[in-house]
Design a protein around this ligand. Structure first.
Ligand SMILES: [Zn+2]
Length: 181
């Protein structure tokens, strides 16, 4: 199951004990489920973990985590130590990525291309973020996939640390983009 979170949290309870609070990272309200509860996004959970939210915001997040098992599972995953890279970066990979991206720019207008790349990207980052976390992270990626890397790299960088994130992004490019060409 999950490892021990670094920060102690109260046991989960029901949502009935508190009012819905806007915990999203932006002013958008559209992602809330039918019960009206707004779940915090990954970047908010990361800032909560790092103790850099305003105290009243952090308190609201902790109340939410106490009553929401999916968010608590995401939070606990974020508190695990980052995965260590298992192999050194491939020095030839960068050149392959550059030429592949040039080809990609020329070809990416094909129907279904963006969806296919998002699917493969989710498969690559799922083991690190969990399938639900990967799905949430990829939601803002446009259908043509043109903002894929700019969307995932900052969040992965916060989550995994810059070096591990850049390795993972390279792996995503290799597996999700280069092999599609
Ligand atoms: Zn939640």
């Amino acid at each position: 199951m999950y490892g021990q979170p670094r920060l102690a949290l109260p046991a989960p309870e029901t949502h009935d004990n508190h009012r819905p609070v806007d915990l999203s990272g932006s002013s958008q309200q559209a992602c809330g489920p039918p019960d009206g509860v707004i779940h915090p996004d990954l970047s908010v959970l990361i800032r909560c973990r790092d103790g850099i939210l305003p105290p009243e915001r952090e308190a609201a997040i902790r109340i939410h985590l106490a009553g929401c098992r999916p968010c608590l599972a995401d939070y606990r995953r974020l508190c695990l130590p980052p995965a260590e890279p298992t192999h050194p970066p491939d020095p030839g990979l960068l050149a392959r990525i550059r030429s592949s991206i040039r080809n990609w720019e020329a070809q990416r207008s094909g129907a279904g291309w963006g969806e296919a790349v998002k699917f493969r990207t989710a498969r690559e980052i799922g083991p690190f973020l969990g399938n639900n976390g990967a799905r949430i992270l990829l939601q803002p990626v446009s259908d043509d996939g043109c903002n894929l890397l700019s969307t995932i790299e900052p969040v992965l960088g916060e989550f995994l640390g810059k070096r591990a994130a850049s390795e993972l992004v390279s792996r995503v490019v290799e597996a999700a983009i280069v092999r599609t060409l």
